[in-house]
Structure formats: structure tokens, C-alpha cells
Design a binder for this molecule. Structure first.
Ligand code: HPA
Length: 266
């Protein structure tokens, strides 16, 4: 079965389970940001494995798809995603994105937990993605699919998100996200390399999903929650700390997502 055939099949199964809801946006929630899914109204929950989608095994990533309404917009919320470091192929990592596109979604709002790479950053900050570096050594695309990634992170959505952030008094930075394979956190030499490459944050998700989303024609907005900041001679990164920082910032990121959803471009 090709990736497209799988997407169509999953979309048909998922669409039947969430009917009559017809999501226009897939909203993927990163580490610890899952509670945003609780704000979905008229919600119906689907277990990913019930519709042929893979389920994460990572603490803080309890897998659920929630279809319903957020800020008046029909959405599909992905709470918990699978990562390349779990040993699954790229096709599994992006399966929900492809299914959402096959289901008729036009937008992909993707969030993640990431480590900051700049001295001026602090844990808890939100950083909208202006661009990414795919350093996973992988891609979800096979064959001559020369997808243009020049504007992978939609300029209009970025602009609107900053306007929403200003109105809601939520500080929002912007920068380049380096997507690495993980699961080990970065060595000091890798941190120096990533900074030198122009990355502002580093994480273990998002880039493969965004490539698949662009290949499927979805308009993308991405946002990192900086759960830790790498500093020369800094302290080690702890997964529990990452989750705690994410919980604290959840309401701010939820406000941005709601504002962006309420005012999606045509
Ligand atoms: N590195 C990679 N992934 C991460 C980090 C980090 O420092 N923090 C949260 N996710």
C-alpha cells in the first residue's frame, strides 16, 4: 500500500468516526501541551491505533485524536505524536498529517517542545518557527517529489500569530528550528554546531511532519515551547523538567492557537 493509499484509507475510517465533523486544521500538540485538547468543544476522541495510525510510547505523549471545535473552527487535534527515535519509519511519523490532508484539512498548526540555543532565551518562552533545518537524516518523501520549502512556514499565518500574540499580551519570538533524530540530548559540541548553522532551537519532531504537510499542500504554522536553554557549561537536560515547563506554558500557547484559528486566512 502506498503512503497515499494509506492516507486515504485512514481518512475514510477517521472521517466516519468523527462525522459530521469536518476539520479544516490539524493541530499537533507537543510534549506536555496535551491539555489544550481539553478545550475542544463538541469533542469526539479516537484512539490512533483504532484507525490504523501509530501510537507513541513516550511519557507525556498519551496518544489521542480529538475532533471538534476550537475557537469556532472545526479542528482535528493530535495529542501525542510518534517520533523517528521510537524506531518507526518516517511514513509513520507523518501518517496523521497525510490522513488529515486526505480528510480535507488545509492547515497544519504544529507545536513542539524544544531546547533554546541562544543566550538571550529563557525556559518557558514561545518561539514561532520561521524556518527549519532537517537534521534527522531522513525524509518522508520518496521519488521525484521536488517540493518547494521556500515558504514552508506560511508568512500570512506567522504574521497573524504575531498580531494575536500582541493582542493577547503573550511574548512570542521567532526563529529557526533544528530537527534532530534524538533521543539523546545534544552534546556541547553539537550545541555549538547548531548555533553556527543558524538554528535558534533544537528538537526531535516537526520537520518530517512539515515536509509531508507541504507535499500535501497544507499551510503550516509552527511554534516551539523552549523548555530548556542550552548554555555553555549549562546544566543537563531532564525530561521531567521539559514536561513541567511545557505545562506552565500550555495556556499561553493555547491562547495563540485559539486566536490563530479564529482568524484563519482563506
Ligand atoms: N534537545 C532536543 N529536543 C528537545 C530539547 C533539547 O534540548 N528540549 C526539548 N526537546
Amino acid at each position: 500500500m502506498s503512503a497515499q493509499e494509506r492516507a486515504v484509507r485512514v481518512a475514510a475510517d477517521l472521517g466516519a468516526r468523527i462525522a459530521p465533523r469536518q476539520p479544516v486544521a490539524l493541530v499537533t500538540l507537543g510534549s506536555g501541551l496535551g491539555p489544550v485538547a481539553d478545550e475542544v468543544e463538541d469533542a469526539v476522541e479516537v484512539r490512533p491505533t483504532d484507525v490504523g495510525l501509530p501510537e507513541s510510547t513516550v511519557p507525556g505523549h498519551a496518544g489521542r485524536l480529538v475532533a471538534g471545535t476550537l475557537a469556532g473552527q472545526p479542528v482535528l487535534v493530535q495529542r501525542g505524536r510518534v517520533h523517528r527515535y521510537e524506531g518507526v519509519p518516517a511514513d509513520d511519523v507523518v501518517a496523521t498529517v497525510r490522513a488529515a490532508a486526505a480528510l480535507g484539512c488545509r492547515f497544519f498548526l504544529v507545536t513542539n517542545a524544544a531546547g533554546g540555543l541562544r543566550d538571550a532565551q529563557s525556559p518557558g518562552e514561545l518561539m514561532a518557527l520561521s524556518d527549519h533545518l532537517n537534521l534527522t537524516g531522513d525524509t518522508p518523501l520518496v521519488g521525484p517529489q521536488f517540493v518547494d520549502l521556500g515558504d514552508a512556514y506560511d508568512p500570512t499565518l506567522r504574521e497573524r500569530a504575531h498580531a494575536v500574540a500582541e493582542r493577547a499580551d503573550v511574548p512570542l519570538g521567532e526563529g529557526v528550528y533544528a530537527g534532530v533524530r534524538g533521543p539523546a540530548y545534544e552534546t556541547p559540541a553539537e550545541v555549538a554546531m547548531l548555533r553556527g548553522m543558524g538554528a535558534d532551537a533544537v528538537g526531535m519532531s516537526t520537520v518530517l511532519e512539515v515536509i509531508a504537510a507541504r507535499a500535501a499542500g497544507l499551510r503550516v504554522w509552527g511554534c516551539s515551547l523552549l523548555t530548556n536553554v542550552h548554555r555553555p557549561g549549562g546544566t543537563p537536560v531532564d525530561h521531567e523538567e521539559v514536561l513541567a515547563a511545557a505545562q506552565d506554558a500550555g495556556p499561553r500557547l493555547a491562547a495563540l492557537l485559539r486566536g490563530l484559528l479564529a482568524d484563519l486566512p482563506r
